[in-house]
Design a protein around this ligand. Sequence first.
Ligand code: FES
Ligand code: FE2
Length: 385
Amino acid sequence: MSQSPQAWAAQRPENALTLPSRYFYDPTLFEAERERIFMGAWHFGCHVNELDRPGAFVVRDIFDQSVILMRDRDGELHAFHNVCQHRGNRLLNETRGVQKGVIRCAYHSWCYGADGRLKAAPRSDRIEAFDVDDYRIPPVRLQVFAGGVYFNLDPDAADMHELFPGAEAAIRDAIPDLDELRLIQEDDVVVPANWKVIMDNSIEGYHFQLSGPHHVDLASLIDFSGYKLRHHDNWWTYGAPPNREATEAYGAPIGRPVEDGDGFFNIGLWPHNTFYQFPFSQCMGTFMIIPLDAERSILRFGYYSAHDRDALPEVTQASIRWMNEDLGPEDIELNVTTQKGLRSLGYDQGRYMIDAERSNESEHLVLNFHRLVHRALHGEDGAEA
Ligand code: FES
Ligand SMILES: [Fe+2]
């Protein structure tokens, strides 16, 4: 029998037991997460430079919702639901592009501006008291934060600067050319695992030197003794300075003196947005975990660089390939086998391996992340149903 929510919430980190396994597969708990976490979460949509001209758009889906992010002719950014106000047809079916002129619904040609306002509807002049102003597509909350365009389905969501104080400075400090980044590539992988299984795997260094060979390779590119995992309320960072002895990375020669900014940097923004920079790579990676259901998630690997796609430094190119073909799959395999194990009748709660020093191999970020989940579901002390 697992602990009650109150007993779980009251644990000391040093001897705490993990979230009971049902939190990773129970559809009812997932439904509660959907409502209490994701429907009010800030979702990374794209880098602001992806919307660099009038009509440029990115479409993002979360569960059964689809949102259009678009720049208008005056340079303003807008987010609105991806749905025609006539009979509900979905408007845009591509992920990104540039809309020349109006957005025209493919069904009966209702036409919308880049701000979601209805501009024209065929035959509407023959319809009693038809006013285009009555059929604006409902807007969605949008915020530009640290070079990213985010949206939130909750119109009353708190401002990101309030939710993540200090996070923008941390990102800018680690990635000074943040504003110059352009999308290099984006790859979606459907992983048969709960979204938390994937996040848990990404926020601990315990498995770095103990799991597969590509993890050991990554550990060799950093000064692992300087690996630090820091928790700040709704966001967290983990990373390490570069290994100054390294001469090659990801199978490519580094070919230049090692600089301070060559370290490994990761930052997570509650609940599911992660940005990182690999050692010696001049590229920001995004690692977005987009839940589909209790046991499936989309893992979206985005790569952004200030260098042109065809002029990427060799190590940077190699780092992208290595993430997609080596490290990523090595972690995904662990996520898949963990998801299977969590279903076992022979497992319910394990032990967080949290040491007093909160060292480089300690699992304190996993506990902190689970506490945020638990708080969203059961309240601060676990007393809510
Ligand atoms: S559903 Fe879009 S115009 Fe009819
Ligand atoms: Fe890993």
